[in-house]
Design a protein around this ligand. Structure first.
Ligand code: F6R
Length: 365
């Protein structure tokens, strides 16, 4: 049932404040202001590396998780798309655990990667949305995303719930490994508490602007997404979302890679969507924006109030979000990114919930 929404995708986008909050409460004791250590059966304190693998959007969630595990838990992460991971013959040791991320819990390559790790004796954790799935069944520890059934083929709420679980696990690992101070933990929990309310505010603030902007975007054949830090995987996710439902060619790049190739493509016909909260990467991303502007590229900037105040560059649109802690930024910034893809596709009249050639669950290689 789509309720008042035109598509399942729209319904699922707007469900995110609720399902993210539901998912977080499984891992975080909001009253105590701390993560629930006993919600993880992985012995993070005694690992020297974590292997992660997934496909598509779930892989991008994992990439963001890698930044968090490495920064907050000082735990090195080996991550690759499952179709490569399963054949790379990655050397695995007993001091590693493996984490697989999958909405459906049935993705063939992800399952094969899981079995490879299991056969090498690793403890297996799974971040899954379908609790009764094969991947859940074959794991030692299941970390559920409580997104509810996701019907739209393009993943939205499963993605932000995966990020929520990975944020909590990175904090749990940080505490277990003694690398996350209780003050930092409390500040991050507080930021996560406020996330659902902020998400609703963001929807209200940006929806009309994005709907208008999407009409303009629909005229283009190519779109480039740029970001640094955790905004880089989000740029990849933005490009994936746009291409799969609007069929506009889109690419995501680490902003610092711009001058290593993609800048050759920049002209007035290739708008550039820049995801740049005012974080420690902001200044560098602004220089990349200047390089784009100098070549006639049109910029759509997704930033926060500080970032908007700090740049005078002319943009096609500046989408302004509230200033948030870095642990919640990718979850909050996912919302405008999803809405851009959604409204562009709706405007172009594509089958948003059932894009051509795609299946919700990919159970063959
Ligand atoms: C993109 C999308 C896909 C899935 C991928 C993995 O919007 O939905 O890229 O993320 O097929 O699927 P799961 O998470 O079921 O393993």
């Amino acid at each position: 049932d789509k309720g008042n929404h035109r598509h399942f995708m729209e319904k699922e986008i707007y469900e995110q404040p609720e399902v993210v909050s539901h998912t977080l409460s499984h891992y975080i004791d909001f009253a105590e202001g701390r993560v629930k250590l006993d919600s993880s059966q992985i012995d993070f304190a005694n690992l020297d590396r974590l292997a992660m693998s997934a496909c598509g959007t779930a892989y991008y969630a994992g990439l963001i998780g890698k930044y968090w595990f490495e920064r907050f838990a000082r735990l090195p992460v080996e991550i690759d798309v499952a179709s490569e991971f399963r054949y790379r013959e990655i050397p695995l040791s007993g001091k590693m655990a493996a984490l697989f991320i999958s909405q459906s819990g049935e993705t063939a390559d992800t399952l094969a990667s899981l079995r490879y790790c299991r056969d090498n004796g690793l403890t297996i954790g799974a971040v899954v949305n379908v609790r009764e799935s094969t991947i859940a069944r074959e794991s030692n520890a299941v970390f559920p995303t409580l997104a509810g059934p996701e019907i739209g083929v393009a993943s939205t709420k499963a993605f932000t719930c995966q990020l929520s679980v990975l944020a909590a696990l990175a904090m749990i690992a940080g505490r277990a490994r003694g690398t996350l101070s209780s003050e930092d933990e409390a500040a991050m929990v507080q930021a996560l508490v406020e996330l659902p309310r902020l998400s609703n505010e963001v929807f209200h603030a940006v929806q009309p602007q994005i709907e208008m902007l999407s009409r303009e975007l629909s005229r283009f054949k190519d779109v480039l997404y740029l970001g640094r830090g955790t905004s880089f995987p989000l740029a990849l996710e933005g490009a994936l979302k746009l291409k799969e439902i609007s069929y506009i060619h889109a690419e995501g790049y680490a902003a610092g890679e711009l001058k290593h190739g993609p800048i050759a493509l920049i002209d007035e016909n290739m708008p550039v969507i820049v995801i740049a909260p005012h974080d420690r990467h902001f200044e560098k991303t602004v220089s990349n924006m200047q390089e784009v502007a100098a070549r006639g590229g049109q910029i759509i900037l997704i930033t926060d109030e500080k970032g908007a105040a700090a740049t005078t560059l002319e943009t096609m649109a500046t989408i302004v979000l509230p200033v948030v802690d870095e642990i919640v930024a990718p979850i909050l910034y996912a919302l405008p990114v999803q809405l851009i893809a959604y409204h562009t596709a709706v405007f172009m009249g594509t089958d948003v919930d059932q894009p051509r050639n795609l299946a919700k669950s990919v159970t063959v290689e």
